[in-house]
Design a protein around this ligand. Structure first.
Ligand code: ATP
Ligand code: MG
Ligand code: MG
Length: 554
């Protein structure tokens, strides 16, 4: 039954199946270049490709597109694998474009022998000039008609390291008058005397992306090679390269494009993210303010929330920007169902309950999550002196202030009704202590008449004697502009938000002492928080994932 609507990539696949492509031949790949960490944009591609794999029960390869030794590292390979697994996906084969270097080289020799490729030793400026413009045809390189023997000889010398970097390239001989600029004798190989993270110093010539990608897809028999829109104009070249080697009895892969995922208030280019890391603007790729998968994980995002976000935002044929509020909505929605509720006070003021017996303490029962009937209950200690949030008390306030004010009552969550009687202030007029009385019959859940008394306003609190100190990192958006890298005359770093991290010394309820790294909680009335990876038992650190209310900062 076809009742869920298909996206345009699924429609293409359905059409191919209807036209005779056997379902068993469906095969996809996710092809990251290991030159940085994965980000929320990659998640769109991951969810799309692995999602297709799941809906069609087809294999999905993880292929590292590692043709540029200058920027690629094992650290990135490892993080990419970790992040895909964490998102909940399994690849069929782990493959590397560099595994195909020899095959690509062999095919290249054949192309040269067929007169379809030549060595050019002009400067790159010269070659760019000859290339022409979209409205003006290019002109042939003076080297275009070298003999096959000379091309073979020069190419072998390139391969054997006899030439300097940048002095020679190998070009495909296609058409300098082609309407598509990518078809005007594109570069297939360049010399790079760099150590490769996998092939070491075996090679000093490296194949270009276009020459590598389609051939890798063909070698892996990928049926649908899905990439982002900027490669649409490369499709002619992709096809030309594949057609040079394709065996008609095998599947000819097809490239199709979808729009990149952009997110408001951040940047997504790996080059720019690397700049933020290298210049110390953030604390590493997994800084909770980064749009990376590892940053979002450390921030408290769940795999489920990222998959839901990717699905909800969908895929598109046109460039667009997704509102970061949608991502925040997805994590709030997920954590609302799953995160245990606890009490923490971020900006404390002391409350003394003057009619509560001195020295007395009791354990009160608190529900862990009213949204989850299996979440159970826990005990929270109560005593004569507690902290509440400073902003939850005013000496005087209008009728709309449903928190604590002099002469009025509020309920303490899971505890008693208290009434503010007086307060003590310092020389600046700041309240340092609030004196309250409590109604000892009003304990929540005790079933008494007083416990059912309707009081406007419920406050969270922690018992001072039992409170645990914790560092809380409150994050705001990393950029102050919706599209920091959209300005031609301004650098994206001009829009860095100087207040994107605020460190608070907070007090949390003692049950949090045993919280483990990345455990997630709702701090009641405040937001969702998770234990940071730097947290230890003696120095608890929490990251604010997202506030409860949809608002900037607090
Ligand atoms: P960058 O320009 O930041 O280096 P990239 O596209 O070169 O990005 P890759 O590692 O090559 O990064 O990307 C791996 C796969 O993920 C590719 O298929 C690419 O098209 C896709 N991808 C990368 N960024 C996005 C994005 N923002 N939205 C959707 N897909 C993306
Ligand atoms: Mg790139
Ligand atoms: Mg790429």
């Amino acid at each position: 039954e076809e009742n869920k609507s298909l996206n345009f990539i699924e429609q293409i696949i359905e059409e191919d199946l209807a036209n005779g492509l056997p379902k068993e031949k469906l095969r996809f790949r996710f092809p990251p270049e290991p030159n940085g960490y994965l980000h929320i944009g990659h998640a769109a591609s991951i969810c799309l490709n692995f999602g297709l794999g799941l809906s069609y029960n087809a294999p999905v390869n993880l292929r590292f597109d590692d043709t540029n030794p200058a920027k690629e590292e094992q650290e990135y390979v490892d993080s990419i694998k970790e992040d895909i697994k964490w998102l909940g996906f399994n690849w069929d084969k782990e493959l590397y474009s560099s595994d195909y270097f020899q095959q690509l080289f062999d095919w290249t020799i054949t192309l040269i022998k067929e007169g379809k490729a030549y060595v050019d030793d002009q400067s790159s400026e010269e070659m760019a000039k000859q290339k022409g413009t979209p409205t003006e045809v290019g002109i042939n390189s003076p080297n275009r008609d070298r003999s096959i023997e000379e091309n073979l000889d020069l190419f072998m010398k390139m391969k054997n390291g006899e030439f300097e970097e940048g002095s020679h390239v190998l070009r495909a001989k296609i058409d300098m008058e082609h309407v598509n600029m990518h078809m005007r004798d594109p570069i297939m190989y360049r010399i790079l005397k760099k150590h490769h993270h996998r092939t070491g110093d075996d090679w000093c010539i490296y194949p270009m992306y276009d020459w590598t990608h389609g051939e890798s897809d063909y070698l892996e028999q990928i049926s649908h090679s899905i990439c982002t829109l900027e490669f649409k104009s490369h499709r002619d070249l992709y096809d030309w390269y594949v057609d040079q080697v394709v065996d008609p009895s095998l599947l000819r892969p097809k490239q199709r494009e979808f729009a990149r995922r952009n997110l408001s208030y951040t940047v997504m280019s790996k080059r720019k993210l690397l700049q933020l890391v290298e210049e110390g603007i953030v604390n590493g790729w997994d800084d909770p303010r980064m749009p990376t998968i590892s940053g979002l994980r450390r921030r408290g995002y769940t795999p489920n929330s990222i998959r839901t976000f990717s699905e909800t935002a969908g895929i598109s044929k046109r460039d667009n920007v997704t509102d970061v509020a949608l991502l925040e909505h997805c994590i709030k929605d997920d954590l609302n169902k799953t995160a245990p509720r606890v009490m923490a006070v971020l900006n404390p003021v002391k409350v003394v309950i003057t009619n509560y017996p001195e020295g007395k303490e009791e354990l009160l029962t608190a529900e862990n999550n009213q949204e989850d009937e299996n979440a159970g209950y826990r005990e929270v200690p109560f005593s004569r002196e507690i902290y509440i949030e400073k902003e939850d008390f005013r000496e005087e306030a209008n009728k709309k202030f449903f928190r604590l004010k002099l002469g009025k009552e509020v309920r303490l969550k899971n505890a008693y009704i208290i009434k503010a009687e007086s307060c003590i202030k310092d020389e600046n007029g700041e309240v340092t202590e609030i004196h309250c009385t409590y109604d000892e019959d009003s304990l929540s859940g005790s079933g008494t008449e007083a416990s059912k008394r309707k009081v406007k306003g419920t406050l969270h609190w922690v018992s001072i004697k039992h409170a645990v100190k914790a560092e809380v990192r409150v994050y705001d958006r990393l950029f102050t502009d919706e599209a920091p890298d959209s300005y031609k005359d301004k650098d994206f770093k001009e829009f860095i938000n100087p207040n994107s991290l605020q460190i608070i010394n907070a007090f949390v309820e003692p049950s949090l002492k045993s919280a483990k790294n990345l455990d997630r909680f709702q701090f009641q009335r405040l937001g969702y928080f998770c234990v940071d990876t730097d947290s230890t038992e003696s120095h608890l650190i929490f990251n604010r994932t997202v506030p409860l209310r949809d608002s900037w900062a607090k």
